[in-house]
Design a protein around this ligand. Structure first.
Ligand SMILES: [Zn+2]
Length: 152
């Protein structure tokens, strides 16, 4: 039985690992398998190409058609956050350049970040609905085979 301090530390560690899973596009259940065959989101032909199942623990990444429509809400939140950050940078450093400059700057920043935010939105959406299972990760690490699809 864990006491409150251990529970807080444990919860914090899980949150940190889920955060890392979202940032680095890893499977939310095992945190080992890659969500995308090509991990570089800036290879634009492959940006939207995603594994159907986790190559490590076999989690179904798209349990129903249209599952990732919800990721658009996450993407929308990203866009708002980036827009606010760009506006603050504009307001603090480039205010005298004018509104057109701001709009061009915002468009360029959003376009440059789009492949990464697209994938990160999907990763966050998957993390909303899939619980991290450390025992599966442990099993995968001890078996240490590249495609341990026997863990389900
Ligand atoms: Zn997995």
């Amino acid at each position: 039985m864990r006491n409150n301090g251990d529970l807080c530390t444990h919860t914090r560690m899980i949150m940190l690992e889920k955060f890392q899973s979202s940032l680095f596009h890893k499977c939310p259940r095992c945190l080992e398998g890659d969500m995308f065959p090509d991990m570089n989101p800036y290879h634009l032909k492959e940006t939207a190409h995603m594994h159907t199942h986790c190559p490590r623990c076999n989690l179904n990444f798209e349990p129903e058609p249209g599952y990732f429509y919800g990721a658009m809400y996450v993407s929308y939140a990203f866009t708002i956050a980036i827009s606010v950050a760009v506006f603050l940078a504009y307001y603090l450093f480039f205010r005298e350049q004018g509104t057109v400059f701001f709009l061009i700057l915002l468009s360029v920043v959003l376009a440059l970040l789009a492949p990464y935010t697209f994938r990160t939105s999907r990763a966050i959406w998957l993390n909303f609905f899939n619980k991290y299972q450390p025992e599966i990760r442990q099993k995968l690490r001890t078996s240490n085979t590249p495609d341990s699809a026997s863990v389900r």
